[in-house]
Design a protein around this ligand. Structure first.
Ligand SMILES: NC(=O)c1ccc[n+]([C@@H]2O[C@H](COP(=O)([O-])OP(=O)(O)OC[C@H]3O[C@@H](n4cnc5c(N)ncnc54)[C@H](O)[C@@H]3O)[C@@H](O)[C@H]2O)c1
Length: 461
C-alpha cells in the first residue's frame, strides 16, 4: 500500500517506520527542514529504542522516504495519516491549526480518492473540521474528489513506541457509516492486518467515539497517577507505606498494578495537555469535569513535593547548596523533555539560590536545548545548571541527590561511593527506586515519596 504520513515527529515517524517494516511504501512529510535533513542523512531526530535501525532498514529497502515537498507527498498515498502536533491553546483546548493546515494541504493537491486518517489526538468533532477544510480547498480548485476521514487515535508509549505499534493492545478506528466510510473500513482492515496475526485487535466504531476514546484513556491513566500521589501524601502523614498499599490494591484484578506508582507528578507531551483539552471540551459542552479539574490540580501540586522535602531539610535558602539531579526526561527511555517534572524542580531550586548538576542517560542534549530556551532571559540562573556525563560524576560536590526519572541505570547505584560523595548524605527519591533495607547499611538518609523516611543509623553507631 502507498501511505503518506503528514508530520514526522514521535507518532508520525514511528507509524511510518512500522508501516514500511511490514512492506508498505511510505512517504513521511514534515514542515521542519532540519528534521527531514536529519532523516535524509540517515539519522533520526528523537531517541526511541529500535527506531533508528528500523528506519535505516526500510530506507535501504526503498520503502520509506522523507520530504518537505507537500505536493509530492500528497500525490503518493491513497492513505494520508495526519500525525502533527496538537499543543494546548491558551485556554487549554487543543490547538488545531497544524491539523487544519495538514488537511488543507491534502485538499490543495489531492487528485483521486483519499482516506484521511486523524492520528493526532484531537477533540470530538475534529474529523468534521478536517473534512470541511479539505472540502473547502477542493471547492476552491473547482474539483470533486471523493475522500473520507477516519479517526485512528494512537496509543503508543514513548520509550516503547516501536514495540507498542508492532504489537498493539487495540487499534481503534472510527469510520463514517456511508459508502466512503465502508471503503475506508476495508482499507484499514488490510493496513492493520499485519499487526494482529494472533487475534483481531481492531475496534471499529463511529468517528466521535473514537476521538473521545483517546482522551478517555489518557484521562483515566492520569487520574490513577494523581489518585496514588494524593494517597502517597496521606500515607506520609499517617505513617503508612504507599508501596505496600500499592501492592495491596494492585493485586485486586479490578484495579491491577499498572499506573499505580506514586511519584513527583506526571509530565510529557500527552497527559498534561490531553487532560486539559478534555476538561475544555467538557466545559464547552456544558458538562464540566470536577474529576479532571482535581486530577490536574493534584498533579501540579505533586511537582512541588520534592522541593518541599528539600526545604524541610535545608530551609528556604539554597544559596550554598548544589543538588545532583538524576533524570531529566519526563520518563525513562526517551529524550522528550516536554512538561518534564525535572524542569519544575530545577526552577524551584534555582529560585532559592541553589545550583544543580544534572545527569540523564539520553536526554542531555535535549535538556541543554530546552533549558537554554527556558532561561533565555535569565542567564544568571542558567549558569547554575551544570551537566555531568555519568550519574557518579553528578554527585561530585553535591550536598544531596534528587531522583526525578526512573531510569534503569539508577536502580542499583554504588551507595558506598554515594555516602562518600554527598556532603549531606541524603537521597530524595521522587520515584521510589530503592528498597530502604538496602540503604540501611550505609550512612545515607533516604527520603522517598509516600513512604517512611529512612534515617541513617550507621554514623551514630
Ligand atoms: N508523543 C506521544 O507519545 C503520543 C502518543 C499518542 C498520541 N500522540 C499525539 O500525536 C500527535 C503528534 O504528537 P508527536 O509527539 O508526534 O508530536 P511532534 O511534535 O513530535 O511531531 C509533530 C510533527 O508535525 C510537524 N508538522 C506540523 N505541522 C505540519 C504540517 N502542516 N505538515 C507537515 N508536518 C507538520 C512538526 O514539524 C513535527 O515534526 C499529537 O496530537 C499527540 O497528542 C502523541
Amino acid at each position: 500500500m502507498k501511505i503518506t504520513i503528514v508530520g514526522s515527529g514521535y507518532v508520525g515517524l514511528v507509524t511510518g517506520a512500522c508501516l514500511a517494516e511490514v512492506g508498505n511504501h511510505v512517504v513521511c512529510l514534515d514542515v521542519d527542514v532540519t528534521k527531514i535533513g536529519i532523516l535524509n542523512n540517515g539519522g533520526i531526530p528523537i531517541h526511541e529504542p529500535g527506531l533508528l535501525e528500523m528506519v535505516a532498514r526500510n530506507r535501504a529497502a526503498g520503502r520509506i522516504a522523507f520530504t518537505t515537498d507537500v505536493e509530492k507527498a500528497v500525490a503518493h498515498g491513497e492513505v494520508q495519516f495526519i500525525a502533527v502536533g496538537t499543543p494546548p491553546d491558551e485556554d487549554g483546548s487543543a490547538d488545531l491549526q497544524y491539523v487544519t493546515a495538514a488537511a488543507r494541504n491534502i485538499g490543495k493537491y489531492m487528485t483521486g480518492f483519499k482516506v484521511v486518517i486523524d492520528k493526532s489526538t484531537v477533540p470530538v468533532g475534529t474529523a468534521d473540521k478536517v473534512a470541511a477544510a479539505l472540502g473547502d480547498e477542493l471547492g476552491r480548485r473547482g474539483v470533486h474528489h471523493p475522500f473520507t476521514v477516519v479517526s485512528n487515535p494512537e496509543f503508543l508509549k514513548e520509550g516503547a513506541a516501536v514495540e507498542d505499534f508492532m504489537r498493539p493492545d487495540r487499534i481503534v478506528l472510527g469510520c463514517a457509516s456511508d459508502e466512503n466510510g465502508e471503503r475506508a473500513r476495508r482499507v484499514m482492515r488490510s493496513l492493520y492486518s499485519p499487526f494482529q496475526r494472533n487475534h483481531d485487535r481492531m475496534l471499529f466504531m463511529d468517528v466521535r467515539s473514537a476521538e473521545l476514546t483517546k482522551y478517555a484513556a489518557n484521562a483515566m491513566l492520569a487520574t490513577r497517577i494523581s489518585f496514588m500521589n494524593e494517597l502517597a501524601n496521606l500515607a506520609e502523614v499517617l505513617g503508612a507505606d504507599i508501596e505496600l498499599v500499592r501492592q495491596g490494591i494492585g493485586s485486586d484484578p479490578r484495579i491491577g498494578y499498572h499506573f499505580l506508582y506514586a511519584g513527583c507528578g506526571y509530565g510529557g507531551s500527552c497527559f498534561p495537555k490531553d487532560v486539559q483539552a478534555l476538561q475544555r471540551s467538557g466545559m464547552e459542552a456544558g458538562r464540566p469535569s470536577r474529576i479532571l479539574e482535581a486530577v490536574e490540580a493534584a498533579n501540579e501540586a505533586q511537582k512541588s513535593v520534592l522541593v518541599d522535602k528539600l526545604v524541610a531539610r535545608f530551609g528556604e535558602d539554597f544559596s550554598k547548596r548544589r543538588f545532583a539531579v538524576w533524570g531529566l526526561a519526563f520518563k525513562p527511555n526517551t529524550d522528550d523533555m516536554r512538561e518534564a517534572p525535572s524542569r519544575v524542580l530545577i526552577r524551584q531550586i534555582l529560585a532559592r539560590g541553589g545550583a544543580v548538576t544534572a545527569h540523564d542517560p539520553v536526554a542531555m542534549d535535549e535538556a541543554r536545548r530546552v533549558l537554554a530556551l527556558d532561561y533565555e532571559h535569565e542567564p544568571a540562573l542558567l549558569e547554575r545548571i551544570a551537566y555531568a556525563e555519568t550519574p557518579e560524576a553528578a554527585l561530585e560536590g553535591a550536598d544531596a541527590l534528587v531522583i526525578v526519572t526512573e531510569w534503569k541505570a539508577f536502580r542499583s547505584p554504588d551507595f558506598d561511593a554515594m555516602q562518600r560523595q554527598l556532603s549531606e548524605k541524603v537521597i530524595f527519591d521522587g520515584r521510589n527506586l530503592y528498597d530502604p533495607e538496602r540503604i540501611a547499611g550505609y550512612d545515607l538518609d533516604y527520603i522517598p515519596i509516600g513512604r517512611p523516611i529512612h534515617r541513617s543509623t550507621v554514623a551514630a553507631a
